[in-house]
Ligand binder design. Structure first.
Ligand SMILES: NC(=O)C1=CN([C@@H]2O[C@H](COP(=O)(O)OP(=O)(O)OC[C@H]3O[C@@H](n4cnc5c(N)ncnc54)[C@H](OP(=O)(O)O)[C@@H]3O)[C@@H](O)[C@H]2O)C=CC1
Ligand SMILES: O=C(O)[C@@H]1CCC=N1
Length: 271
């Protein structure tokens, strides 16, 4: 499979890192980005071919991954439009941008899959929500799934509007986890542990608890109750979190992320 990336930033780098080791034979990765330094780094680390603007290699690709910021998508689509003669799959990972708007900017081109990956793709532990336009055939749908499966798990959606909730849960999700870890590490040092001890203890706790939740047949509230001895330390912590409204704040934050995705689509998809 020949895959061309338009945009070689944070998310594209995570996908390229995961994909680089998986392509065999005639498979190739090509990256277009105006930033020469970013291209040099990607070529050096992952052996990809590069270009500063959309070129003949993009025109010959089987899959064109659009990995620019949502605000840059319209301009990129306009430049890409004349290069779609080979009928590639256009795989957009931009938050908010709706298939219908992208199809319009591409001059009515509809072989589009919209995907929402996340940065753990960098270590092949990503998860991606996907939705295909009605015109995408099963072969290209499988191609999209294959690209994303190379960097983790995939979840297909029937309804495009659900990609905003997916963005709020798993697209932005790694940032919430890092934020929680930041708080745990800060608390650890404030209570007298050194930074390395705090980092090791909090990271292992997060990974261990997540693995336990994934492997256990029990729901997470039951697992939480098993840690919470009556009148003990965990009870003190959870009582403090409940009083501060932590759960409600997380739920509100995620709804804000989803609403921002929808708003981006409305704002940027006008006319
Ligand atoms: N980061 C994440 O965790 C996730 C991001 N996404 C989506 O991925 C997309 C990219 O996000 P992210 O990687 O974080 O953003 P970045 O800003 O890191 O990457 C975008 C890259 O595209 C480059 N670029 C700008 N204009 C063009 C152009 N005309 N042609 C080619 N490249 C161009 C940018 O260069 P310059 O900086 O010079 O403008 C930059 O290097 C977004 O749409 C986002 O919604 C989806 C899931 C998760
Ligand atoms: O913050 C953002 O808009 C992008 C989409 C999901 C993660 N990062």
């Amino acid at each position: 499979m020949k895959i061309a990336f338009i945009g070689g930033g944070n998310m594209a780098t995570a996908l390229i890192a995961g994909l680089a080791g998986q392509l065999t034979g005639a498979g190739s990765l090509h990256v277009v980005d105006p930033n020469a330094e970013a291209l040099e780094r990607l070529a050096g680390q992952y052996g990809v071919s590069t270009a500063a603007s959309i070129d003949v290699q993009v025109a010959g690709a089987d899959v064109v991954v659009l990995a620019v910021k949502p605000q840059q998508m319209r301009e990129v689509a306009t430049v890409l439009k004349p290069q779609l003669g080979g009928q590639p799959l256009v795989l957009s990972i931009a938050a908010g941008i709706r298939i219908a708007d992208l199809a319009r900017w591409l001059g009515g081109y509809t072989r589009i899959v919209r995907a929402m990956p996340n940065t753990p793709a960098l270590i092949a532990m990503g998860i991606t929500g996907l939705v295909a336009s009605a015109e995408v055939d099963p072969i290209q749908r499988e191609a999209a799934d294959q690209v994303m499966r190379a960097v983790g798990q995939t979840v297909w959606l029937d309804d495009e509007s659900l990609i905003d909730p997916v963005t709020a849960v798993s697209g932005s999700g790694p940032a919430y986890v890092f934020y929680f870890l930041e708080a745990m590490q800060q608390a650890a040092t404030e209570m007298g542990l050194d930074a390395e001890q705090g980092r090791k203890l909090s990271l292992a706790t997060f990974t261990g608890a997540a693995q336990l939740a994934a492997q256990s047949g029990d729901p997470v509230d039951v697992l939480r109750q098993r840690v919470t001895s009556k009148g003990g330390t965990t009870h003190a912590a959870i009582t403090s979190m409940e009083a501060a409204g932590v759960k409600e704040a997380i739920i509100e934050a995620m709804k804000a992320a989803s609403a921002r995705g929808r708003e981006l689509g409305e704002e940027l998809g006008k006319d």
